[in-house]
Design a protein around this ligand. Structure first.
Ligand SMILES: *[C@@H]1O[C@H](CO)[C@@H](O)[C@H](O)[C@H]1NC(C)=O
Length: 217
């Protein structure tokens, strides 16, 4: 019986490590001290005696990001780098603006699940599952104002504005610093570049096609 309990406890520990997200706080708050040179997982805490309301505050999400460049979308993030009070709280948010036909290109957040709502316009959204049996399934949905969609942690997802008006979405993410890996940029625009032989094999195309894709970044 005791052995069984121990095994269960061990299993619970192992699975909680395997599903790790941001660690939970061990104090009311730990406002990021950006001046500290000590490197820890996250940021060192500011002395609580000098913490002010401003440390939990950020402004400007009423303003649209400039969608003029490249793909026609712009993400304004409020993460721990912008709002020091988010340190250790496991949460952050974004405003995303989309021009008509604007795209938030396929990307993943290595450290967060994202829940998103449309507050203006419309969005075609989707994510792809991992490479399990019957894997790489695509789930998509058309969202209108007020609709909510969730992108599970780590999975490749995108949002596209199929309309002729601007779209605005607000997202919340389950990390103070979710990170973003944009697939096209990471694969074809890395510095230094990934060898075209590797990419030609991976994408089953010739090296010239890879060189052309790499030249776009
Ligand atoms: C997003 O919008 C901001 C504010 O207009 C701008 O400074 C920034 O360059 C834009 N980013 C991209 C990737 O277009």
């Amino acid at each position: 019986m005791a052995a069984k309990m121990l095994l269960l406890a061990l299993l619970a520990m192992v699975s909680s490590v395997a599903m790790a997200s941001d660690p939970s706080p061990l104090q009311d708050f730990c406002v990021a001290d950006k001046d500290s040179e000590v490197l820890v997982n996250g940021f060192v805490c500011k002395d609580p005696k000098v913490v002010k309301a401003e440390d939990f505050f950020s402004t400007g999400l009423d303003k649209a990001g400039d969608t003029g460049k490249k793909v026609g979308s712009n993400v304004t993030a409020v993460n721990v780098n912008k709002l020091a009070g988010l340190n250790t709280l496991g949460i952050s948010m974004v405003r995303i603006d989309y021009a008509p036909r604007g795209l938030n290109a396929p990307h993943t957040h290595p450290r967060a699940t994202e829940i998103l709502t449309v507050i203006e316009g419309q969005l075609f959204v989707g994510f792809v599952t991992s490479n399990t049996d019957n894997g790489n399934r695509l789930f998509t949905k058309m969202l209108k104002k007020g609709d909510v969609f969730v992108f599970p942690q780590g999975l490749i997802h995108f949002q596209f504005n199929p309309g002729y008006t601007n779209t605005v979405a607000i997202g919340a993410l389950s990390s103070q610093n979710p990170g973003t890996i944009t697939i096209a940029d990471a694969v074809f625009g890395s510095k230094p570049p990934i060898s075209d032989e590797v990419l030609a094999k991976a994408f089953q195309v010739d090296k010239k096609t890879v060189d052309w894709l790499q030249a776009q970044f």
